[in-house]
Design a protein around this ligand. Structure first.
Ligand SMILES: Nc1nc2c(ncn2[C@@H]2O[C@H](COP(=O)(O)OP(=O)(O)O)[C@@H](O)[C@H]2O)c(=O)[nH]1
Ligand SMILES: [Mg+2]
Ligand SMILES: [Zn+2]
Length: 296
């Protein structure tokens, strides 16, 4: 068998080892030193070529081209990110949520939205805001079993991960999706402290209803925002509801912030674009303007 080559996906990474899921095994692999020299590290989610070694293990010899990748959490080839927002406690911060969504769009990662704590406050306004912006929205607060199974269904193919601020209910939601995860929630999770979570390695877990989910306890908005700079000229393309109006602007280089004859501003005025989303756009645009090319 020695020398035989297989292709599989990295499901788990620990110090020095990668666990690669091939068609019929989860192979313990070492990575060739060459990756470190080239500065490319295999990530969980990567599709890799593995050569079998005589001891029944393997060596990762090549990382196949990535569809996308993230540094936090360290994942490659994500099919979607679930942005978890709580209707209340904590109240959603639109700017933070819209920044997440824009960064994901810029990275080529589909976003879906899960609204938690709908048992504590009415989710309909938030649902309207984001489904109006073109995102699939699932209402999944405690007691919403229909919303939960619709979300489970949306995760049933490919690789998904969850993001959202601390306390919104990510771990609670993941535990409801798959109780085997047994993630610490609420006070327990706070007592365990951040250190444990931030040093923990990401792992892909097959869900009972199909699909893989990254067993990441989530990460803060700061971590997420730090990883994404969107050049100002690319920002409008990261707001899906702007798309139908972008070719209606009078000027080619329209920034959609104040120009006369701007299709986006006209849609805003006519109520086709939500002012909260455009507000986030303006803030992100201002920030992008501050960043000079050499800083990127
Ligand atoms: N009432 C209610 N409480 C929730 C819901 N989801 C989570 N919680 C509570 O919110 C707190 C934070 O949840 P947790 O899952 O730890 O949030 P995380 O930091 O995003 O992982 C915990 O006390 C949960 O019990 C929900 O849908 N409804
Ligand atoms: Mg948690
Ligand atoms: Zn415009």
């Amino acid at each position: 068998m020695s020398g035989k080559e297989l292709v599989g996906r990295i499901w788990k990474a620990t110090a020095g080892f990668y666990y690669v899921k091939t068609q019929d095994a989860l192979l313990e692999c070492r990575a060739r030193g060459v990756f470190r020299k080239e500065g490319s590290t295999p990530l969980v989610g990567d599709m890799v070529r593995v050569s079998l070694t005589p001891d029944g293990k393997g060596t990762v010899s090549e990382i196949l081209p990535r569809k996308n990748s993230l540094v936090r959490p360290p994942l490659a080839n994500l099919d979607r990110m679930v942005l978890v927002l709580s209707v209340t406690d904590p109240e959603p911060n639109f700017y933070v949520a819209d920044s997440y969504l824009a960064i994901l769009a810029h990275r080529g990662i589909d976003a879906i939205i899960a609204l938690t704590k709908s048992d504590l406050a009415d989710p309909s306004e938030l649902k309207q805001l984001y489904s109006g912006a073109g995102y699939p929205v699932y209402v999944v607060g405690l007691g919403e079993e229909e919303g939960l199974s619709a979300l489970v269904n949306a995760l049933s193919e490919g690789v998904s991960a969850f993001c959202g601020n601390s306390g919104v209910g990510k771990s609670t939601l993941l535990n409801r999706i798959d109780p085997r995860l047994a993630l610490p929630t609420g006070d327990t999770s706070r007592k365990l402290g951040r250190g444990r979570h931030t040093t923990r390695h990401v792992e892909l877990i097959p869900l009972p209803g199909g699909g893989l989910v990254a067993d990441t306890p989530g990460f803060s908005s700061i971590e997420m925002l730090r990883m994404g700079h969107i050049p100002k000229d690319e920002l409008a393309f990261c707001f899906p509801e702007f798309a139908p109006y972008l070719d209606k602007c009078q000027f080619n280089n329209c920034s959609h912030t104040k120009e006369k004859g701007c299709g986006v501003l006209q849609a805003l005025e006519q109520g086709q674009i939500d002012p909260r989303r455009h507000e986030s756009y303006l803030r992100l645009y201002e920030e992008a303007k501050q960043v000079r090319e050499w800083e990127v």
